[in-house]
Write a protein that binds this ligand. Structure first.
Ligand code: MG
Length: 220
């Protein structure tokens, strides 16, 4: 095969976005006083001291989210893209790479920001809320992205559909690093431009502390 494309998959929270999207939603609703508690639950999941699903459920248990909370935060989130990421994604697409977003966040929260970053239909993967009328009543637990190992399953599915020269994953958290340890990604770049997770810094074969370093690792 001549010139098989690369598949380059990006985590979304604290990678494509300069915030954790669910925490962004919750902090807007609960106020800054809750930020520390929310952050502790997020870090537990990202560092691997609790399962990703435990971390998600514990955060959602903090309050009752309405459709208007989600919709307003989703629009506001468009102002929190990681600086330089849009340009990097454009450059990767121009050289022929297939670029995908693979997130433990929620589709309803992320959709406007991911559209701004150029992701079309079928190019992003995320969790889904279960709604009871206008209130979040839970999460679709059948979605592999709702727990550890989910991103590896998504990448394995993508690479079974297309002949790729190589599969890359970029992200800040342990659920991102899992794609490499599970063999679903050939290369992993830890990204610490927004959030530096020591469990990932220690174990990632390649680590980019800044967007410029990430550009060099992906584009040479
Ligand atoms: Mg992340």
């Amino acid at each position: 095969m001549i010139n098989a494309p690369r598949l380059v998959c990006f985590d979304v929270d604290s990678t494509l976005l300069a915030v954790e999207s669910l925490d962004f939603v919750l902090t807007r609703k609960l106020g800054p006083a809750a930020a520390e508690q929310i952050e502790a639950l997020t870090s537990g999941g990202m560092n691997g001291t609790m399962s990703f699903r435990q971390s998600l459920m514990a955060r959602l248990d903090l309050t009752s989210l309405k459709r208007s909370d989600i919709a307003d935060a989703a629009i506001e989130l468009r102002r929190h893209l990681t600086p330089g990421m849009a340009e990097l994604l454009t450059d990767l697409r121009q050289r022929g790479d297939h670029v995908r977003a693979v997130s433990g966040g929620f589709e309803d929260v992320l959709a406007p920001a991911l559209r701004d970053l150029g992701f079309g239909a079928g190019e992003s993967f995320a969790n889904r809320f279960i709604w009871e009328s206008a209130t979040v009543a839970g999460i679709e637990t059948a979605n592999p992205l709702s727990d550890n190992g989910g991103k590896a399953l998504i990448l394995a599915g993508l690479r079974s559909e297309t002949q790729y020269a190589a599969v890359w994953m970029v992200g800040d958290g342990v659920t991102d690093l899992e794609t490499l340890t599970a063999g679903a990604a050939d290369h992993f770049i830890g990204f610490g431009g927004i959030a530096r997770r020591e469990a990932v810094v220690d174990r990632a074969p390649d680590y980019a502390g800044t967007l410029d370093e990430l550009r060099r690792l992906l584009l040479g």
